[in-house]
Design a protein around this ligand. Structure first.
Ligand code: PMP
Length: 395
């Protein structure tokens, strides 16, 4: 059997439409196939490769750590400098009181930890999240997810969860003194890039303060420079109580974190109640890669150019078939009439060497979230291909 046959035969499938792109090597914004195929990765492996694939500084950090040690001990026991240095670097990007980092392996795990922390710190039973939110695929993170179709097969899910409409100020009244936390994506990703107004977030912050509710902001997809600020919440002028991140954080390595104030995090120890334990959380190789990723984002001034690059993409993707473009920086949804219009365009663009996708809860919009390292010239090249793909499907 060849690799494609093995993929279909022995790997659990997650979709009826796997992209089925075979990759031998990746570099910068490009993926390379076994027969010399070359693709522009315009989705960064779903928001991961913010600093591009195999950034030399990430590779160097990984190599240096490989020469020292791999896994040593479950998280939180030994002093491992990649973890401590990463935690310090993360805190340096954040407002002062967010000074304590819990490292895990993924977005879902970070959400789980943040929810447990909020319940334990406040002693309250209820959680609130948003309609159409995506927070992960584990049982707890699925429970706070806001898409009924995705949840129905797995009931009963976590109790005590209700959903409010993202961006709707009148719904904030349902946050009450029994609410441990509100969990919200600063920019809704899988809903197809929805951006609530600043005044909504300010009202949300106020309501959480009035009711003693912790505000957890999910920056798994929109953090790490993706929207033109290091953290997307910087756009809306509020500070969360807990920040959750993953994806772009590891520069291509698996890692996630939830970050809070030392006092809040202080309740989260295993004595006498089990807190949140993880064997591989903050793996030293991933932590080293993540530290390098933060340095790259800051030193190469990638974040400053996000808005300009997004505007260039918007100016190049003007076509009668494109209904609108929603974006926050380089987190973009290009809206078409329907999935039936979009799907052949995506397929054709891939044949022509540009990879895009749609969203979990929004299948009429094209996902565009390139590595932040993409150059102006490469943006022209990619948009030209998308344009030609549209023309080819709809001559
Ligand atoms: N939160 C958000 C906003 C996400 O986009 C995702 C992943 N798409 C997750 C959480 C879950 O992250 P992971 O797949 O790493 O568990």
């Amino acid at each position: 059997m060849n690799n494609r046959q093995l993929f279909l035969q022995h790997l659990a499938q997650t979709t009826d439409f796997p992209l089925m792109i075979e990759v031998e090597k990746a570099e910068g914004i490009y993926l390379f196939g076994p027969k010399g195929e070359k693709y522009i990765d315009l989705i960064s492996g779903i928001g991961v490769s913010n600093v591009g694939h195999r950034h030399p500084k990430v590779l160097e950090a990984i190599q240096n750590q490989l020469d020292k040690y791999l896994h040593l001990m479950v998280y939180g026991e030994y002093v491992q400098s990649p973890q401590s240095l990463l935690a310090k670097a993360l805190c340096d990007t954040l407002p002062k009181h967010l000074d304590n980092v819990y490292l895990v392996n993924s977005g879902s795990e970070a959400i789980e930890g943040a929810l447990k922390l909020a319940k334990r710190y406040t002693g309250k039973p209820k959680l609130i999240s948003c309609v159409n939110a995506y927070h992960g695929s584990s049982h707890g993170s699925l429970s706070v997810g806001g898409n009924e179709i995705f949840k129905q097969a797995y009931r009963p899910l976590l109790p005590g969860i209700s959903h409010i409409n993202y961006g709707d100020i009148s719904d904030l009244q349902s946050i009450d003194s029994e609410t441990a936390a509100v969990l919200i994506e600063t920019v809704q990703g899988e809903a197809g890039i929805r951006v609530a107004e600043k005044k909504y977030f300010q009202a949300l912050r106020k309501r959480c303060d009035e009711t003693g509710t912790l505000l957890i902001m999910d920056e798994v997809q929109c953090g790490f420079g993706r929207t033109g600020k290091f953290w997307a919440f910087e756009h809306v002028g509020i500070i969360p109580d807990i920040v959750v991140c993953a994806k772009g954080m590891g520069g291509g390595m698996p890692i996630g974190a939830f970050i809070a104030n030392k006092e809040v995090m202080g309740v989260f120890k295993n004595n006498p109640i089990l807190g949140h334990i993880t064997t591989f959380g903050g793996h030293p190789v991933s932590s080293a890669a993540s530290l390098a990723t933060i340095e790259i984002l800051l030193e190469e001034k990638l974040i400053e150019l996000v808005e300009e690059k997004a505007n260039l993409i918007k100016s190049l993707l003007i076509h009668p078939k494109i209904k609108s473009i929603r974006n926050k920086g380089l987190l973009m949804a290009v809206e078409f009439e329907s999935f039936d219009v979009l799907k052949p365009i995506i397929d054709t663009a891939i044949e022509m060497g540009v990879i895009t996708d749609w969203f979990l809860f929004c299948d009429d919009a094209m996902r565009i979230a390139p590595p932040l390292t993409i150059t102006e010239e490469q943006i022209h090249e990619a948009c030209e291909v998308i344009f030609r793909a549209i023309q080819k499907v709809f001559p």
